[in-house]
Design a protein around this ligand. Structure first.
Ligand code: NAP
Length: 477
């Protein structure tokens, strides 16, 4: 496993295959070529599907213990290669090393959860005699693997978001074709190497690199693929759902996550958490804090603390130990959000801090009281930009959070128990985080959104449900 400027291979059917065509993979921060990556063509993808069908047969033969042991071994190898994997992230998606190590630690935990979950996939007995015609029958359910699953992943957490698909798929006895984002193929190929070493049967994991529009389209439409598990943008997710036919589809899509700060025992600590939630990995996190709604009595105090703490962030080279923010995934993304800042300024909105861009690095930016129709409020930024807004009443705060096309997670800071429960009832999101930011996630909790944030849930146990079919057996006694 290297991260040098070398030619990468595809991993198909347990073999490392040369590609015909390649593209140059560049570091988002330095712009330097870090690898040449195969552009999989139609024939290659079809071969991967064939191999995955064989792989699915092999996976189905394994016992729960054998599947669990493979996942446990993979987690162990990730642990040994923590630094190597973190460096891959720093290079291919400009994730600062501190955050990159955090992602690998979570990846290890995700695979460990999957190893545990492999041992408890079970059905239930059904009380058939509860029905008039059920007397003299005995029935039970069991969960069976689906077969071949296509996993399509985004650039922002390429190790851990792949783990959220590979882990439960293997735990349940499926095979996978993994299509990583074009900007982050090295992590996917590194994961393939680790599973090969961990003893995964040939064909159980296949990695096809190349353009989403080419590779993705074949995977989404081929009838041999039984499920598409996708994490990425709304636009691509919608296209997948439209073309997938009767396949199962789970979509983990974007958001413009909000937090309400109604009252807090320690406003300093809240401000610190909001800085972490707004600017971690330069805001390129699906549950990044993008909208902060603060009760008007504590607004100025919060804004001052939040701005002071934001000023302490360091931006620069992702491979430096003290870097907090680095380049966005591309210079175009940085320019897009620079344009949003400009239009907010033109609309008379105050930029409380930041707003500058240096190449692909957008400086952490705080906007005051952005209107709900401004891009920074109503679209997904995926950049280090946050609007801090004041509100008068509790009902107004709830309405402001719900005034969004998205609904992934929301955070609520309050010292009032009734308000906390009220927020859980009324916020239109997949998860409400009380007394913390919406960016809170651990890897076994159910995770997913409503509205344009997607459909289906991840979190190993919940993914296993999505990745298995329920079978019923009825015995006439
Ligand atoms: P993206 O542009 O939608 O790409 C995601 C994946 O889809 C990539 O592998 C991409 O390949 C592939 N793809 C592109 N066109 C396709 C097509 N026609 N058919 C099938 N696949 C296709 O997203 P991104 O920019 O990498 O990631 C950012 C987005 O992901 C944000 O919206 C973020 O909110 C979302 N996200 C959501 C979650 C969550 O759990 N809800 C977590 C992380 C990120 P190429 O790279 O080759 O185009």
């Amino acid at each position: 496993m290297t991260t040098n400027s070398d030619k990468k291979r595809l991993y198909i059917g347990g073999e490392w295959l040369e590609g015909n065509d390649h593209y140059d993979l560049r570091s988002p921060y330095s712009g330097k070529v870090i690898a040449q990556v195969p552009l999989a063509e139609k024939e290659t993808v079809l071969k991967a599907i064939e191999c995955a069908e064989q792989g699915a047969k092999e996976m189905k033969k394994l016992t729960a213990l054998e599947r669990s042991n493979i996942l446990e071994r993979a987690a162990g190898i990730f642990k040994e290669r923590l630094e190597e994997c973190a460096l891959i992230l720093a290079k291919e998606n400009a994730k600062p090393l501190k955050a990159a190590r955090g992602e690998i630690l979570r990846t290890i935990e995700t695979y460990k959860f999957a190893a545990e979950e492999a041992k408890r996939i079970h059905g239930e007995t059904i009380p058939m005699d509860a029905a008039k015609n059920g007397k003299g029958r005995f029935a039970y359910t069991k969960r069976e693997p689906l077969g071949v699953i296509a996993a399509i992943t985004p650039f922002n957490f390429p190790f851990n978001l792949a783990a959220h698909k590979l882990g439960p798929a293997f735990a349940a006895g499926n095979s996978v074709i993994l299509k990583p984002a074009s900007q982050t193929p090295l992590s996917a190929l590194a994961a393939a190497g680790i599973f090969e070493e961990a003893g995964l049967p040939k064909g159980a994991l296949n990695v096809v690199t190349g353009k989403g529009s080419v590779v993705g389209d074949i995977l989404v439409t081929d009838p041999r693929i039984k499920m598409v598990t996708f994490t990425g943008s709304v636009e691509v997710g919608l296209g997948i759902k439209e073309r997938a036919g009767l396949k199962k589809v789970t979509l983990e899509l974007g958001s413009n996550s909000a937090v309400i700060i109604d009252s807090a025992a320690d406003l300093d600590a809240v401000a610190q958490r909001c800085v972490e939630g707004s600017f971690a990995y330069s805001g390129q996190v699906c549950i990044s804090v993008q909208r902060i709604y603060v009760q008007e009595d504590i607004y100025e105090s919060f804004l001052q603390k939040f701005t002071e703490k934001t000023k302490q962030l360091k931006f620069g080279d992702p491979e430096s130990e003290d870097t907090d923010l680095s380049a966005l995934i591309s210079i175009n993304e940085a320019k897009r959000v620079e344009g949003w800042i400009e239009s907010a300024r033109n609309a008379g909105t105050e930029i409380a801090y930041g707003g500058q861009r240096t190449g692909a690095v957008l400086h952490p930016t705080i906007i005051k009281n952005a209107g709900s129709t401004q891009e920074v409020s109503c679209q997904e930024a995926f950049a280090p930009i946050v609007s801090v807004n004041s509100y008068k009443t509790w009902d107004e705060a709830i309405d402001l959070v719900n005034d969004s096309l998205y609904g992934l997670q929301a955070g609520v800071y309050t010292t009032s128990m009734p308000k906390a429960f009220d927020a859980v009832e009324r916020l239109e999101v997949g998860g409400v985080i009380v007394n913390d930011i919406p960016s809170f996630r651990v890897d076994h909790m159910p995770y997913g959104g409503v509205k344009n944030s997607g459909t289906g849930r991840e979190g190993i146990k919940y993914s296993v449900e999505e990745m298995t079919e329920l079978k019923l057996a009825v015995f006439t006694l």
